[in-house]
Structures are given as C-alpha cells and as structure tokens.
Design a protein around this ligand. Structure first.
Ligand SMILES: Nc1nc2c(c(=O)[nH]1)N[C@H]1C(S)=C(S)[C@@H](COP(=O)(O)OP(=O)(O)OC[C@H]3O[C@@H](n4cnc5c(=O)[nH]c(N)nc54)[C@H](O)[C@@H]3O)O[C@H]1N2
Ligand SMILES: Nc1nc2c(c(=O)[nH]1)N[C@H]1C(S)=C(S)[C@@H](COP(=O)(O)OP(=O)(O)OC[C@H]3O[C@@H](n4cnc5c(=O)[nH]c(N)nc54)[C@H](O)[C@@H]3O)O[C@H]1N2
Ligand SMILES: [Mo]
Length: 766
C-alpha cells in the first residue's frame, strides 16, 4: 500500500471497486496473493474457520462466500508470509524497537519462537517453551498473594482457551480478569442488565428482514463490521427507514456498493443506506434520545386527550415494565433549548426522527462505541433501552436492542467465565466440577488493574492476546506501571507495543492463529466462538502454522498451569489440552446453557444461546424491565469555556484496533498519515488557526499530570460544533485513568475534553 501523504475528498460509495482493489493490494503486500485468496474462500464456511475480524453473525454460517474487505485484511495480517524471527530480534535492541511506530512493529510479521527479554544486552532472545513456563510458574508461585497477578484477555480468544484460562487463574487463586471488553461494550454488559436483566443483544439476524425501522447510534459498520452492510443494504432496498446518529458522515452510513452484486458493480451505482444521518455532537446522545422520548411521551398524552390511537405501547408498559412515571416526568421537564444545545441537532430534526420511530411497528436499535465509551456510557445504553421499551420493541420479531460487539469472540469469553465479578452460582458449579475452591472476592477490571499497578500492588501481568499497553488510557502514568512489574508475559501472534513496554522480566509466547491447523494428541482440533447475536459455532483452521514452534492458546495455558500449580492442581490439564471436546464437556458441566455442546456445534450454523429478555422474561430484581431515569443531559466540561473541544477517538478504515494495515483512511479522505484532527472549518477559524496548520492537543484534566500529543494537522471536515475527532491509539495518552464510567469502568475514549495549542515548531512535522 502506498503511504504517500495527502488529504483529499473520496467520493466513491463504501464497498465496491475501492474495497476489492484495497484488499488485492494488501494480499500482495503480505506476500500471499494466492494463499490469501484460497484462505478467504474457507472463511465463515461450515467446515472452515471463523473470521477473526468482527463479531457480526453470518447467515447461519452456511452461506456462499461473502466478500468483506476488512475481514480479508484481518486474514491477510494473520496469513502473511512475513516472519518476526530470533534473527530479527538479534538485529534490534528493545530500546530501538520502542521508537518504531505500531504500523512498523506489526509489519515485521508473525512471531516464530518463544522469546525472553535479556536485560544485559537489551534484546529479546530465544527461550525453550519449558523454560518459559518455568519462569511464569516461578514468578506466580513466589507472590505472597495471588491477587498480585493480573490475567488479561483479548476477545479473539476461543471459548475453549478462555475457559481453561479462567480455570487456571481461579485455581491459582484470583478473580483478576481485566478484559478488552472492559474498554469496549462493558457499558452494555453493565447498563443493559439493570434495564432488562441481560447484558447482551436481543435480536437475531433474521429480525433485520422483518423490521420496519433501524436506528444506528455511534457505530461505523462499513469499517468495523462490513458484513453488516449486506443486511443494511437489503433493509434499505425494502424501504426500511434507517436513521443514523454520528458526528461523522461515515461513508457507509451514506451509501454502499455491494461487491457481490454484479449489477451495482458493473453500473457503478450504489444503494443509499441512511434515510437520515444526523451529525450529533460528540457526547450528545442522551440529549437526542431524551428529545425523541419527549416527543413520544407528549404525543401520546395528546393522543389520549383527543381519543386517538396510543403512541406508547401501554399493554407492554403495564405488563412488563416499572418506572414509566418517573421517566415521563423527566423527559417532560427537559427543555428543548438544552436538548438542542447539547445534541447540536434542531428540535425539528429530533421530532422528525421520533415520528419515523413511532410509526414503526417493529424497530431495531443498533449501537457501538459511540455510546459505550463515555463517562456516561452505561447511562447512554439505558436511555436507548428506555426508548426501545416505550414502543414495546423487545421480545417481538423484527425488533430489539442490537449492541454490535467488537472482537470476534469477546462475547463468548464473557459467557464462559472471564469476569472479575463472578456469580456465586457459577463458582459453586466450577468447584463441583473440578474440586478446587475458587476465590469469591471480586477481582480487577482494566481500570482497577491499572490503578493497582500504579499503586505498586501488582507484580505479574499475563496477557492472552491483545495489545494492552497501546489500548489503555493515560500512557504516561500506565506505561511506567508496566515497567515496574517483575514479569510481563504476552501470548501473541504479532510483535506489538506491549512487548516493548515490559516488566523487569518479559516473555513473548507465540501462538497459532485461528486460520491455522491445530493438532493435539488426539488429532486436529476445532475451537468455538459466540457472535454478537449469541450464536455459537465451530471454527477449524486450515493453513499450515506460521512456524513449527507455535503452540495453541489452550496448550500454552496448560503449560503455564502445570508449571505454576504442579502437583497441587486437581485439574487434568493434559487430557483437556489433548482433546478440546473434553474442554467443551467441562464448559457444559459448569454452564448448563451449553447443554449438548459437542453435538450441537457439529450441526452447520451452530446454535443460539437463549436470551431471557428476547422471551420477555426479565431477570431483574423487579422481574420487570426497568425504565431508568438519568438526571440531566450529561456533563459539559466547562460550557462557558469556548476554547474547550470534545475529542472523540475513532478507528480508521485501515486498522484493527492497535493493528494498522496502512496509514490511510480512504473513506474520510486521509492518506499516508494518522496525525490529524478533524473538525469544522468554523471551529478551526474561531480559534484563530488555519486549515492544515499543526497543533498540539492538550487534555483538560484536574490533576498535575500534563497530557498532550503533539503536532497534529488540522483537517477541515463536516463536523458538529465544539467537537473534534482523531485516531485511536494515538490519542490514548490524553485520557486520564480516572476518566471512566463510574458504573462500568469503561474509559471515556469518546469524550475527551481538550484544548488546541499551536505546535511549537514546524521542524517536528517531518
Ligand atoms: N476493521 C475493523 N473492524 C473492527 C475493529 C477495527 O478496529 N477494525 N474493531 C473491533 C472492535 S474491538 C470493536 S469494539 C468494534 C468497534 O466498532 P465501532 O463501534 O463502529 O467503533 P468506532 O469506530 O470506535 O466508533 C464508532 C462510531 O462512533 C462515532 N462516534 C464517536 N463519538 C460519538 C458520540 O459521542 N456519539 C455518537 N453517536 N457517535 C460517536 C464515530 O464517528 C464512529 O463512526 O469493531 C470491531 N471490528
Ligand atoms: N482511544 C481509544 N482506545 C481504545 C478504543 C477506542 O475506541 N479508542 N477501543 C477499545 C476497544 S473497543 C478494544 S476492544 C481495545 C482493544 O484492545 P486489545 O484487544 O488488547 O488490542 P488489539 O489491538 O485487538 O490486539 C492486537 C494484538 O493481538 C494479537 N493477536 C492477534 N490475533 C491473535 C490470536 O489469535 N491470539 C493471540 N493470543 N493474540 C492475537 C497480536 O499480537 C496483535 O498485536 O482497545 C480499546 N482502546
Ligand atoms: Mo472492542
């Protein structure tokens, strides 16, 4: 891919020829034009492997090949011909690698050997698996308290690996499970149960064929779950109104050219996606949602007074919910002038959206990180749920709440026990099945783990995938905390920042990717994953492993467990690793919802894990769905200070979280660079800057720590007032650790108050 710098508008639709061309170039760049193409044909097929890209479901996992540019890139990055070998590590010190960009680090290729940090030479050097496991066992056994260790998981980890991992950490003695979902949909996992008793979505893919209306809040499907575009396109062509709320006019929310549709491709036409796209101010969603609810409640009162058809679904509200009076009073008392100024949208626009929504018999409410990654993330989710409940849009076909999860198995990891706040019932079952007593004291999530590390209360950090050091907030503070640890150990496929921000001793443990053949003592193994709509299915790798020295994630966990727990373990690690069916039997024994697990995953398409809310069974203390009131429209840092802007951090089209496929962001018209900040020309001029100028972004925070990222180029973009956007993870140093949702601990990555300061010198532009 060319990384030539430019800013120019991109006028093509999302998808289409642009997507085909981009994927082709990525396959060539990774040296796998042929292997990549054959690999793609096996992705999301009944006998094949699950795409490691996103968590959007597949039509029963039985469909013919579905083209997805970003799923293809995810595979190209795993199936790459490039290798990160001991020779590579011998040629570069860790201090030197620390000065490389994230893009350069992962471009080195797949890790091939277990490596250990050698302090005397400042190099990573090879180590045998046995010695690597012994090092981990030694460090963990030496801790005076098991709660001085953290066990991080990233959401690509399979159900089997995640279940073994939590079994290991709990037999060892801790519930410290910081997890990538703590930075992602935790606001959903915590906020939604308070409303409806479950922390997962309530729709299935088929519901999109039956719906009359789709609302999309803060989610960018064209980049982050491109297979969802097929679903949205079909809905749009059926005439279903799709209303999007997003500070960006994301291209895929505007129009999409379906790569599998020969007519659209040949005629260069496309399908409009959103019937309306409202550019809400960053952090302004509660204002929009309350405005829509205000319209519904007031129109319903008018309809009652005039003896017309009710607007709210009163049968549902009376039979299934509590708290309507409080909610109605709150939205009626909310003033339109406040709604307009906080949301950046007019009363007319919000009223029109409310009218479309209330005319729909069945509506699906979709949301992503634009709602969850705020100080009021869980509250955002709950207000959206209120809007959903007002029209009885849960538990009927074609309707429901649809959080779009991130990592391909982030939901499954949670289902099989990766949680720092385990239910007692689950711990009892774990004890009954294995015969050890798991700890019941609550453990750490990402934020509380980092706080404990900063305090010096943690010594060992084990990471099952991911790139925690780059994904977390407040680098200046948190990176030092990593450097103070006695051991960091990362199970990884690619070199990344977390290997370089390491403890005094450090290990890199290279593992198989999902596309690769996993052979254990009883033969080739399959793993299983759960998608965003609670469908569980098998995934079987087909490519030769990137190196003969790789181990599978379950085998690595088994190795760590044996080296740490030795003869005091009551778990037969060897037999579980030898045959993953046995792991699934254990999962079934501990979690009854997996009844018939091994048989059911052998049916193409897998099976659905029941969602109680979908059945209108409310697993809440009131046994009803709850309307929850949030006082106000969420904080404005200092509404009188005109200088302050709300910064949101987003993904480019060419990145997978901290993995960068290139430095470009085609749909937003940015090429070859990522040090840019998007805002309206008016906001730039109002502050006395000119378009294209370089600025430093300085966080507004209330402690003595200076949080700044330097030398970003001002890019004029259609964007709401007092809002701006830049890329993740470059802006993570700006987010104070304390800036998180008090309910769910989700960092406020999408609501960062900042000021702009003219960059000191143009020489740094280079
Ligand atoms: N190719 C690719 N696929 C991915 C990922 C990836 O990085 N690359 N990441 C995976 C993961 S882990 C996740 S969690 C998902 C993430 O997928 P998304 O949820 O789509 O995540 P983001 O791109 O961070 O942000 C979503 C949208 O929120 C908008 N937004 C920002 N602030 C606000 C706000 O205050 N209000 C509203 N209404 N909108 C706002 C942004 O403009 C953006 O369009 O995707 C998954 N899939
Ligand atoms: N500012 C800001 N920060 C954010 C976000 C944001 O929107 N804005 N989003 C947050 C979100 S939603 C998330 S989910 C987190 C992501 O946080 P993480 O999940 O920790 O990060 P990733 O970038 O997905 O991890 C990439 C690494 O995973 C490893 N890897 C890839 N495949 C495999 C595999 O099969 N097995 C193993 N063991 N390792 C593998 C590779 O070594 C690669 O370098 O970041 C969060 N941070
Ligand atoms: Mo995520």
């Amino acid at each position: 891919m060319s990384n030539k710098k430019s800013i120019e508008s991109y006028n093509e639709p999302a998808g289409g020829w642009g997507a085909l061309k981009a994927l082709g170039e990525h396959l060539v760049e990774q040296g796998i034009a042929v292997k990549g193409a054959t690999t793609l044909l096996r992705m999301n097929q009944p006998e094949g492997f699950d795409c490691p890209g996103c968590a959007w479901p597949d039509p029963k996992h039985t469909s013919s090949f579905e083209f997805c540019e970003n799923g293809g890139k995810a595979i190209a990055w795993e199936a790459t011909a490039k290798r990160c070998t001991p020779e590579f590590f011998a040629a570069h010190t860790v201090s030197e690698l620390a000065s490389w960009t994230d893009y350069e680090l992962e471009m080195v290729g797949r890790l091939t050997h277990p490596m250990v940090y050698d302090q005397s030479s400042d190099h990573y050097v090879p180590i045998s698996w046995e010695d690597a496991f012994a090092t981990i066992g030694h460090h963990l056994s030496a801790l005076p308290d098991p709660n001085m260790a953290e066990f991080y998981t990233s959401g690509r980890t399979s159900n089997e690996a995640a279940f073994l991992y939590q079994t290991f950490a709990r037999e060892y003695g801790t519930n410290n499970f910081p997890d990538c979902s703590n930075m992602c949909h935790e606001a959903t996992s915590v906020g939604l149960p308070m409303s409806i008793g479950v922390g997962k979505g309530t729709v299935l893919l088929d519901d999109f064929d039956k719906t009359d209306c789709i609302l999309i809040f803060g989610q960018n499907p064209g980049t982050n779950s491109p297979r969802m575009m097929t679903t949205l396109r079909a809905a749009s062509r059926r005439g279903v109104p799709i209303i999007s709320f997003n500070p960006f006019r994301e291209r895929a929310l505007e129009r999409f050219q379906a790569p599998q549709n020969p007519i659209e491709m040949a005629s260069l036409t496309s399908t409009p996606i959103s019937s309306r796209l409202h550019q809400v101010r960053v952090g302004g969603d509660i204002a929009v949602i309350k405005g829509m609810m205000k319209v519904l409640v007031e129109e319903d009162e008018r309809a009652h007074a005039e003896d017309q058809i009710e607007i709210l679904d009163w049968d549902f509200i009376r039979g299934h919910t509590v708290g309507i009076d409080g909610l109605a009073a709150d939205v009626k008392a909310t003033r339109w002038e406040d709604i307009e100024s906080r949301s950046g949208l007019t009363r007319e626009a919000i009223t029109e959206a409310a009218h479309v929504y209330m005319k729909a018999e069945r509506a699906i409410l979709v949301f992503g990180m634009g709602l969850t990654q705020h100080r009021h993330g869980a509250r955002n989710v709950q207000q959206l749920t209120n809007l959903c409940l007002l029209r009885g849009n849960i538990g009927k076909d074609g309707a429901g709440m649809c959080p779009v999860r991130g990592h391909s198995n982030v939901q499954g990891d949670r289902t099989v026990g990766i949680t720092e706040v385990p239910a007692q019932d689950f711990l009892d079952r774990l004890e009954r099945h294995f015969g050890f007593r798991p700890p019941s004291a609550h453990g750490h999530n990402v934020v509380t783990a980092l706080e404990a590390m900063v305090r010096g209360a943690v010594r060992v950090f084990i990471s099952m995938g991911g790139n925690i050091a780059a994904a977390i907030p407040d680098w200046r503070v948190t990176h030092q905390a990593f450097r103070n640890l006695s051991l960091t150990a990362h199970v990884s496929t690619k070199l990344n920042r977390s290997h370089l921000v390491h403890g005094r001793e450090a290990l890199i443990l290279p593992c198989l990717g999902r596309s690769e053949i996993d052979v254990q003592a009883t033969g080739p193994q399959s793993i299983t994953v759960e998608d965003s709509m609670s469908m569980v299915h098998a995934s079987t790798g087909m490519n030769q492993p990137a190196s003969e020295h790789l181990k599978s994630e379950p085998a690595i966990i088994g190795g760590m467990a044996r080296a740490t727990l030795g003869s005091r373990s009551v778990v037969d690690w060897e037999s579980l690793v030898d045959d993953y069916d046995k792991i699934r039997d254990a999962i079934e024994a501990v979690f009854p919802i997996f009844q018939g697990y091994n048989a059911r995953i052998r049916v193409p398409g897998g099976f659905h894990l029941i969602s109680t809310a979908r059945e209108r069974i409310w697993a809440t203390p009131s046994a009803k769905a709850n309307f929850l009131v949030y006082d106000g429209l969420c904080e404005d840092p200092d509404p009188k200070d005109d200088d302050v802007l709300w910064l949101t951090s987003v993904r480019s089209h060419d990145q997978y979280n901290t993995t960068l496929y290139s430095l470009s962001d085609r749909y937003r018209g940015v090429f070859g660079q990522r040090d840019v900040v998007f805002m309206s020309a008016e906001e730039i001029e109002k502050r006395g800057f000119t378009i294209g100028e370089r600025v430093d972004l300085v966080a507004v925070s209330h402690d003595d720590v200076e949080r700044v990222v330097r030398n970003f180029q001002l890019v004029a973009h259609a964007f709401p007032a007092r809002s701006c956007a830049a890329y993740f993870p470059e802006t993570n140093p700006l987010v104070p650790l304390e800036a998180h949702d008090p309910l769910s601990f989700t960092p406020s990555y999408k609501g960062i108050p900042i000021r702009l300061v003219r960059a000191e010198s143009e020489t740094r532009t280079a």
